[in-house]
Design a protein around this ligand. Sequence first.
Ligand code: TRP
Length: 461
Amino acid sequence: MAARGGFSNKLGFIAAAAGSAVGLGNIWQFPYVTGQNGGAAFLLVYIGWIFLIGLPIMVGEIAVGRKAQSNPYGAYKKLGGKSWAYVGLFGIICGVMILSFYNVVAGWAFGYFLELSFGNLLNEQDYSGFFSAYVADFRDNLFFSIAFMVITAYIVYRGVQKGIEGTSKVLMPTLFLILIFIIIYGLTLPNAMDGVSFYLLPDFSLINGRTIYTALGQAFFSLSLGMGALITYGSYISRNDNIVNSAILVTIADTAVAFLAGLMIFPLVFSQGQSPAEGPGLVFVALLGVFQTMGPLIGKIVGGGFFLLLCFAALTSTISLLEVPVAFLVDEKKWSRKKAVSVMALLIFLIGLPSMLGFGAVGAFTEFVSYEGGVKSFMDVVQDLFFVISLPLGGFLLSVFISSKWKTAGLSEEISHGNPSYGGSFIEKFFNLMIVYVCPVVLGAMFLLTVLQKFFGVELI
Ligand code: TRP
């Protein structure tokens, strides 16, 4: 294990795994998806999925990683043989593809942070126009996404303990403080309580099939499940650590940050009479109008703080996404960490270029193909293929792998290290029930439903 590196202790793992989980998914995506899907009712469904499906899959991933002491490809190969190894490999490829567009959005956040804190962003008249022009501007985006990738690569190059763990231990608490600060500020604004009611008083008539599976997809993305990121991080923890406790803490931290991000954003949005259903532009457009009304100084502090928060959250996630293919190359191909990081960072950056250019800079990537639901940009296609449909598929395959190949006895045996009272406990029965029956059915159904809806326009529920 020493040769591969590892976290210094349980806290180090929790910080890093929570860092992986907490990201753009929580602060950018969760509020806008919640805003589009009815607010409080969506939140409840989301929390249900997190604990019913997300937590057992998370425990399963960490256990597989720790048992095999390997990256996802190596882990499936060791425990399941050659054909299962392809499942691990597919997960690694998904991670590469996810990072390719994630880094582009992280670059926007970085650019907005600089423009807001040190530039004239708060003097703009039309934030929607500004955002469209901003994402279409090739030069700025190129610069910021290179910068973000270089910082990510440097941290991953420094290694599991010094780089990943060290960075997460500093950034996670800072992120939490900024979040609390903005929430308190937002709640003092006029009409803030309308935002709180939208967010916390459920209207169950808004729940339908689409809300239910959108919430599940969001839960998977937010917890970093389904492609082996937590198999990789799990391979860096000690046999003496209690996997179940750690996973519960990571899940709670991730859910708390998503929840708090909503509590930060909706009062701000309602205080200015903006629509919560604005979509992906919610934080880049609607919030800007809010920061502007705060006046030049407070606007810069709160707005700058917000985008810094977004950058920190994104960074601890991009490092986890880069670590997966790096661990693969180091374990399987015996590359040095330096070579693996440099080659992968460059490759992923190049794969991300068409995503970056697909917001108006290059027509062919902006209107890349069209299938059900309209004309899709390159980034839409990458998201549909490698995240929307693949993460639930990855979770499905992991649960099938555990129940049919590794067996729940293997899972229990591994979890019992560091958790001697696990065998025979209620929580063991709960996890086994979920992994053997509920996860395969729910995730398998979700995979089919999403494929039908995304590519064939068929909406069954
Ligand atoms: N969970 C992160 C977020 O919420 C994104 C992320 C990082 C991720 N690593 C992942 C998503 C692995 C899926 C798989 O922003």
